[in-house]
Design a binder for this molecule. Structure first.
Ligand SMILES: Cc1ncc(COP(=O)(O)O)c(C=O)c1O
Length: 422
């Protein structure tokens, strides 16, 4: 399905009735996250990974504390990977002990590092020599030693698909080819102890073969860094890349052969992973939460303009997919959450903001819209409100519901407010 010609399906009656009820009760736009689906995704991902792996949930996908808590609790619970003090606050609110949290990101400031250290965070992914020195200085000031994973920007890419984050010039990680020269000094930075390596070469890889090739290359590279350069390796975070559909219908991909392939790669190159002294970690955001969410939005106005039908919605790029405002339209699809069928027509879905960039989809096929219609955008549990232009034009954030067993267990809304700074 292309961005230009998304297809709209009519929601089954039961779901449509529930959507309308929720919108009537809680207003719109409205995000609805199903915690049972979140737990299913976690169980499936756990089953695709070898036993004993640490699994980090990357809060950037959705930092809702209730959802973070659900991922922490119960069998196969996840730890938290955060990259801001806001995400750290959510992780702590969700009950994560600070000393189990991984703090990452290419732009950590000294102020953030100090806040994280004060909160009790001790493990950081470090993206450059400057990042490491700043962290060391803050740790010394706090009278502690920070455990460091050096994030490595591999020289070459194994996988060919998906969103790539390494193998090219990048703000992420330390270029692998510079490590022979840099490592001796990196191991001596006061206030830090390098305990391992962090890789995150790609995101959203549907293709199991590609993902497996990338993980295998990562394991080989980590083993070589340990063997050839003496990189301390008691923790190896091999990253993620597990995919999920985003704002279109579809299923989470499964990775039925990954577990055996990872075990083989580790047994070959780092066999001590089975016994002791080497913790292997993975990270996932979208795969764990993406299919748990639906965005419900109401049509506020319908108009014709020069032969095109526009449905103006109460959700725009301030609610979903802020990147759409940069001209990267989502391949969005909607379920008209009503019982009307009728002949499908081409409709442009515009948001409520005063910018031509506020277009969620140029052309969706759907029954002719009417003001008041409720539309549902599927698979929006990841990269929803907090990945959107929430504050732009000052509209309230969408409400967010958590469901368990079909019942609403939490209803909330993010608020922003202005505060004086000294
Ligand atoms: C270091 C790191 N970890 C985890 C993630 C989460 O990615 P995803 O939501 O695709 O699992 C990202 C995404 O950019 C990332 O950069």
């Amino acid at each position: 399905m292309s961005a230009e010609t998304a297809e709209a399906a009519v929601a089954p009656g039961g779901q449509a009735a529930l959507d309308r009820e929720l919108v009537e009760r809680y207003g719109s736009p409205l995000y609805v996250y199903d915690l049972d689906r979140v737990e299913r995704a976690r169980a499936d991902l756990r089953a695709a990974l070898p036993d004993g792996f640490t699994l980090y949930y990357s809060l950037k996908a959705n930092p809702h504390p209730g959802l973070v808590r659900a991922l922490r609790e119960g069998p196969g619970g996840c730890r938290a990977e955060v990259c801001s003090t806001g995400e750290l606050a959510s992780a702590l609110e969700a009950g994560h002990p600070a000393d189990t949290i991984l703090y990452s990101g290419p732009g950590k400031t000294a102020v953030e590092m100090a806040a994280a250290l004060t909160a009790g965070v001790r493990t950081f992914s470090v993206e450059s020599p400057g990042d490491l020195r700043r962290l060391g200085a803050e740790a010394v000031r706090h009278g502690t030693v920070a455990r460091v994973l050096l994030r490595v920007n591999s020289a070459a890419a194994a996988a060919t698909t998906s969103i790539r984050m390494t193998g090219t010039p990048s703000q992420f990680g330390i270029d692998a080819e510079t490590l022979p020269g840099l490592l001796p000094a990196l191991l001596e930075v006061p206030g830090t102890e390098v305990v391992g390596a962090h890789f995150f070469p790609l995101s959203n890889s549907k293709d199991e073969e590609s993902l497996t090739a990338e993980f295998t290359a990562t394991v080989e590279q980590a083993a070589a860094l340990e063997h050839d350069l003496g990189l301390p390796l008691s923790v190896l975070d091999i990253g993620g890349g597990f995919a999920a559909p985003y704002s279109v219908p579809g299923e989470r991909p499964h990775y039925p052969n990954l577990r055996a392939a990872l075990e083989k790669a580790l047994d070959t190159r780092l066999p001590r992973w089975r016994t002791d002294g080497l913790e292997i970690a993975c990270e996932s955001g979208r795969h764990l939460v993406g299919d748990s969410g639906r965005l419900l939005t109401r049509v506020t106005n319908v108009k014709e303009s020069r032969g095109r039908t526009f449905a103006v919605l109460d959700a725009g790029i301030n609610t979903l997919g802020g990147m759409a405002g940069l001209g990267r339209l989502l391949p969005l699809s909607v379920d008209p959450a009503g019982h009307r069928t009728g002949e499908a027509v081409q409709v442009s879905l515009a948001g409520p903001l005063c910018t031509p960039g506020d277009l969620l989809s140029r052309s969706v096929r759907m029954p002719a819209p009417r003001p008041g219609d409720v539309l549902a955008v599927p698979n929006t549990g990841a990269y929803g409100p907090t990945a959107s232009l929430l504050l732009f034009l000052g509209r309230p954030a969408p409400a967010e519901l958590l469901l368990r067993g079909g019942e609403v267990v939490s209803a909330s809304r993010l608020v922003s407010s202005r505060t004086e700074v000294a």
